[in-house]
Ligand binder design. Structure first.
Ligand code: G3P
Length: 494
């Protein structure tokens, strides 16, 4: 497509983005991206060198100083322009998502549209949050100090390193980039390998929006080769990462900079005896199987009261029979999982459960990376699937005798991102939400991150630092105070 022509290199690989230009890496090496459905090489990206990474960070550092002086309304204007270009190009970007992360086409288009909405909202929220500072009066705190007052404002952190995951490469890139930029930071983007080409297309939309040179860059390559350099770089002032266990290691090495991590979830769905079972089953299908369960917020464990378990299972099984399985371009509900490693991991969890006595409601079926949806019943806590995150289209069910058993299971999980409760008793739901130690509890709906301005955070090993547009803007700024001191002992306003 003519609009994106600059990002193609003559050797068929996509270029990386540095100093406002698209370039091939001096390494002369590329990294292959495998199509999850065909298992063939789909794209190639540059394997950037450490020198190129350093150059990107240096330029981001220098450009940020000037960007912080660009008026807030103007920064917001750039973002609005980017959102518009992103929306105009949703179809080619969605096609890349389909090819490299196997997302069905209609969901891929939704991802790009949602991203454009997020960028615009971040621009406006930036204006709302950052245009107002604090004025602190001296006479509300005991002791000395009535001869001074404080002016506090939010200032940028500097260089933000954004590392999105494969499952929402565009959306989770912009959820980091737009709050960073509106707050006056510069951005170094390290796309996931699978998802990189979609990210580069998104970056080209930013390029077209005319952001100053050097303010943004996208470095591609193997995490194992440039990841450590980026995440321990002394000129990086904030890391926003979404992904797996790697995040824990990044956290430990990050040093004294703000970090935002989302590292997965084992989201428990608690179904009580008084639940609307039709509603619960509908949400379990959507929450458990959209994008083939490859969402941090997917329903990953159903804890249902024994008395209603059979009725709930019947409804879920009936609905599962209607799910279509196949090619992402054909808009099937269940598409191939991201890699063969992932497919094998999912199979391992299912087989472990079967060997330990779980009951499969469907036949186990896998072709390549395509896994047919599976409901695994009578799961017990000695099975890996009770605790581990499959990131695939299989859902375990634990039958419980008391609601407390479900709460205990939720609280014993390391990946406490979200959870949900289905009940008609709202008083109970609120008490149980308090008792469930997870970042978010949804009442009568499946876990979900959106709307994108809502706070979104995991507890324990699921993450650190709250997300959502508003919280991210706050996280990517620091407070600067100026205290004005008067020579007179007593100062009063008015
Ligand atoms: O896995 C990414 C996580 O942020 C989920 O987002 O919108 O599917 O709930 P969402």
């Amino acid at each position: 497509m003519a609009f994106f022509k600059d990002i193609f290199a003559p050797n068929g690989a996509f270029k990386f983005y540095i100093a406002g230009q698209w370039k091939e890496s001096d390494s002369g090496s590329t990294v292959d991206i495998i199509n999850p459905f065909t298992l063939q090489k789909q794209y190639k990206i540059q394997a950037c060198t450490p020198e190129e990474v350093n150059k990107c960070v240096d330029q981001a550092k220098a450009a940020q100083k000037l960007w912080a002086k660009v008026p807030l309304w103007k920064r917001a204007e750039y973002l609005h322009s980017f959102a518009k270009i992103l929306r105009t190009n949703k179809d080619p970007i969605a096609k890349c998502l389909t090819n490299e992360v196997g997302k069905c086409l209609k969901d891929a288009i939704v991802e790009v549209e949602r991203s454009a909405d997020l960028v615009s909202y971040a621009a406006e929220e930036g204006i709302r949050i950052l245009s107002v500072g604090r004025f602190c009066m001296p006479d509300c705190f005991p002791g000395n100090g009535r001869n001074k007052f404080c002016l506090a404002s939010k200032i940028p952190l500097g260089v933000v390193l954004a590392i999105p995951p494969f499952n929402y490469p565009v959306n989770l890139a912009v959820s980091k980039i737009s709050p960073a930029l509106v707050a006056g930071n510069s951005v170094v983007l390290k796309p996931p390998t699978q998802g990189a080409v979609s990210c580069l297309h998104m970056m080209h939309c930013m390029h077209a929006a005319g952001f100053p040179k050097g303010l943004l860059c996208a470095v591609t390559g193997k995490g194992s080769e440039i990841g450590d350099l980026l995440t321990t770089h002394p000129k990086v002032n904030c890391i926003s990462f979404t992904g797996g266990d790697t995040g824990i290691a990044i956290c430990k090495r990050a040093g004294m900079i703000p970090i935002q991590m989302e590292l997965g979830g084992k989201d428990v769905c608690l179904v009580l005896e008084d639940a609307d079972l039709e509603l619960a089953a509908t949400h379990i299908i959507k929450g458990g199987f959209s994008y083939s369960g490859q969402r941090c917020t997917a329903v990953k464990c159903i804890c249902v009261m024994e008395k209603v378990a059979d009725a709930l299972v019947k409804k879920i099984v009936d609905k599962m029979a209607k799910l279509t399985v196949g090619f992402p371009d054909a808009n099937c509900d269940i598409t191939p999982v991201i890699s063969t490693v992932s497919a094998e991991f999912i199979e391992g969890l299912a087989m472990d459960a079967r060997e330990k006595g779980a009951r499969f409601h469907q036949e186990w079926k896998r072709e390549g990376n395509l896994i047919w949806p599976l409901l695994i019943d009578n799961v017990t806590t000695n099975m890996r699937i009770a605790w581990e995150e499959p990131f695939g289209p299989i859902i375990p069910i634990i039958r419980i005798k008391t609601p407390q058993e479900g709460i205990d299971h939720c609280n014993a999980s390391k990946l406490a991102l979200q959870g949900c409760i289905f009940t008609k008793n709202i008083d109970n739901a609120i008490l149980m939400s308090d008792a469930m130690e997870s970042g978010t509890i949804q009442i009568n709906a499946a876990p979900a991150r959106g709307p994108d301005h809502f706070p979104f955070q995991g507890l324990r090993e699921s993450g650190i630092g709250s997300q959502g547009i508003t919280n991210t803007i706050n996280l990517m700024t620091k407070t600067k105070s100026t205290v004005i001191n008067f020579q007179k002992e007593t100062y009063t306003m008015g």
